[in-house]
Design a protein around this ligand. Sequence first.
Ligand code: FAD
Length: 391
Amino acid sequence: MSARVIVAGAGPVGLTAALALAQAGVAVTLVEKRAALNTASKASTFHPPTIEILDRMGVADVLHDKGQRVERTQYRTAQDGVFAEFALDLLADDTPFPLRIHLEQSRLTPIMLAHLTRHPAAEIRFDTEAIGVESTESSVTLVVQGPRGVERIEGAYLIAADGARSQVRTALGIAFDGTEYGHRVLRLMTDEDLTRRLPGLAPISYLHNGNKSASFLKMPDCWRIILRVPAEVDDSAALDEAWILDRLREAWPGWDRVPHTIHKDVFGASRRLAATFRSGRAVLAGDAAHLTNTRGGMNMNAGIHDSDAIARAVAEALRAGDPDIVARAADARHRIAAELLIPRTDRTVMGGLDWLAHIRKTAADPIAARAYLLTSAMLDMVARPAMAVSP
Ligand SMILES: Cc1cc2nc3c(=O)[nH]c(=O)nc-3n(C[C@H](O)[C@H](O)[C@H](O)COP(=O)(O)OP(=O)(O)OC[C@H]3O[C@@H](n4cnc5c(N)ncnc54)[C@H](O)[C@@H]3O)c2cc1C
């Protein structure tokens, strides 16, 4: 039996799995259907446990050097201004990185690939699409279509990180049920300094006016404004300047015009969960396993956590000759997605006056605020090494 592990998909999740395995001394083959890494603008938020994982892997410098540090989360209303603010340094005893970092995921993935490329245990094949899976009790074979035609790659385990439309998941016959959120999401990137219009605006801020809201996210080179697009408004209508201005004014009437726009787009949002994260020697991770709203910025982070946990379990299972170690890790990640990731994101998306009252009360009490931050920073969603206590 081959001790090689196969990873399908070179997004942030597949790259984490492949690099973690290579660094654990496991021979790994990573297949990616594209000719090169995806450079699209997608995830932008790195939460503390994710920074810890990337730091352990030696690839976090780009986050610290190029990313936007976020040390406070802010809530405002049009009427009262700032009504709640959370300082992330309340987490100083819980993580070496009590902050979030904003950076495009496409700034991190090339660094991970460069590390992987230099690793003697890793083989990377671009232009190679996973098209089928064959399993036995003790091995798994990924069928791929690439420059050399159709091939079969045999491994001891397969980690499927081939995204939301995962062909591996389909080949394994694993259901991916769920529903769409009742809105789509509009992102507007501006190179204007929004703190001139909204003094004191924190790098992640939520502005509410009744049941209307807008989110503001500071990136290293721009602000992102996030608005909701109701199902009945089509994309072209939502991208219209007048429509955007109306939505901005609903959240805060002081807008005189739409900020200078360098990019805008609309994307759909759905919540989906694979019925199981494993089948035989194959394990699902990242978007192949779970999808949720981008509010709270958790799905990629959870995918990186999946890969870290599963790669460690695979390395351990190979050493111990015990595949149950991988099964338990996959089931634990499934529980986290079902019981924490998706419900927590849904709660944040739902908002509402009760939620805002809860946020106001929580921010005013440092103990409750720390408990809230532990969950919004996803620190309860990972099994982490105990933090070293400085003398
Ligand atoms: C606009 C937007 C904003 C977002 N913001 C956030 C955020 O702030 N925080 C957050 O945590 N998440 C966010 N997300 C979600 C995040 O981008 C995804 O969760 C993340 O990209 C998932 O990574 P992945 O590696 O699982 O999948 P992907 O990034 O989709 O990567 C999958 C890879 O597999 C490859 N592939 C596909 N099929 C095959 C095949 N058959 N064979 C081989 N390779 C294949 C693809 O080409 C791709 O390279 C956002 C998403 C969007 C769209």
